[in-house]
Design a protein. Structure first.
Ligand code: SAM
Length: 246
């Protein structure tokens, strides 16, 4: 696989990804706002609307994989009723620590828990969650097929898999602009704010290496999900993939 502009074996990719998020954890939320010009908030809103937590006090338990500092979980418990809770699972303790602090600040520490774990081998029993989300996380996982198989395993039948991820811009004009932005602006903001341009070169490169929407949809089907759907946003900068475990 590729890391930045170097080629690294699949087994080393995870260690390099962990370094990136260790370095940026404290600045992560600020970086998101700067680099996406606040757009990540709108994309996350679309994801949480699709999660559609019940407004009643019916029990509903989300698993938010690669959940980092907790954005998707906070939005979900705030949108849902009294029975809605969420488990953030992330491989990086620094990101989880920032997430825990944010949960206390928001007063949601009783309904959002933070668990260290790998998307490729989730530390949860079969059929235990009512929805699974992974936002801007799956492209960091070295073996995507394993993450999808694990998602299927931990979901209850009748519940939904939802994945928000950078995708492929295919609007003429916007693609050129997006390339300029990706290769010039992103690493610069990365070095100014997080002191690490290399980490953000990785980000750009990993987006380019990620499978195209149709190919990824097929991988989701191959994992066993049905009624797989793709929704492109902002000219294809981001895609929301979903599927049901029936
Ligand atoms: N979901 C959050 C959001 O949208 O703001 C955080 C996304 S952040 C770009 C990617 C996260 O994926 C990081 O917190 C990183 O630690 C996590 N991650 C990377 N590899 C992982 C793996 N194999 N299993 C679980 N989490 C992983």
């Amino acid at each position: 696989t590729h890391f930045g502009f170097r080629t690294v074996p699949l087994t080393e990719k995870q260690a390099l990804v962990d370094d990136v998020f260790h370095t940026v954890a404290r600045r992560y939320d600020l970086m998101n706002d700067l680099m996406s010009a606040g757009l990540h908030r709108a994309w996350k809103d679309v994801l949480v609307t699709a999660v559609n937590p019940p407004k009643s006090d019916r029990p509903f338990h989300l698993l938010d994989v690669a959940g980092g500092t907790g954005d998707i979980s906070f939005r979900t418990v705030e949108a849902g009723g009294a029975g809605t809770r969420s488990t953030v699972c992330d491989i990086n303790t620094d990101m989880l620590e920032v997430g825990r602090e944010r949960a206390f600040q928001r007063g949601v520490e009783d309904v959002v828990e933070f668990v260290e774990g790998n998307a490729e081998s989730l530390p949860f029993p079969d059929r235990s969650f009512d929805a699974y989300t992974i936002a801007f996380g799956i492209r960091n996982v070295p073996r995507i097929e394993r993450a999808l198989a694990e998602a299927y395993r931990v979901l209850k039948p009748g519940s939904r898999f939802l994945c928000l991820e950078f995708s492929t811009v295919d609007v003429p004009g916007l693609d050129t602009l997006y390339d300029l932005y990706s290769f010039n602006v992103i690493p610069r903001i990365g070095s100014m704010v997080a002191g690490d341009a290399e980490a953000y070169r990785y980000l750009v490169e990993s987006i380019r290496k990620f499978p195209k929407p149709k190919v990824f949809a097929r991988m989701i089907e191959d994992a066993g999900f049905r009624r797989v759907d793709v929704r492109l946003m902002t000219g294809g900068i981001v895609a929301l993939h979903s599927g049901w475990r029936l």
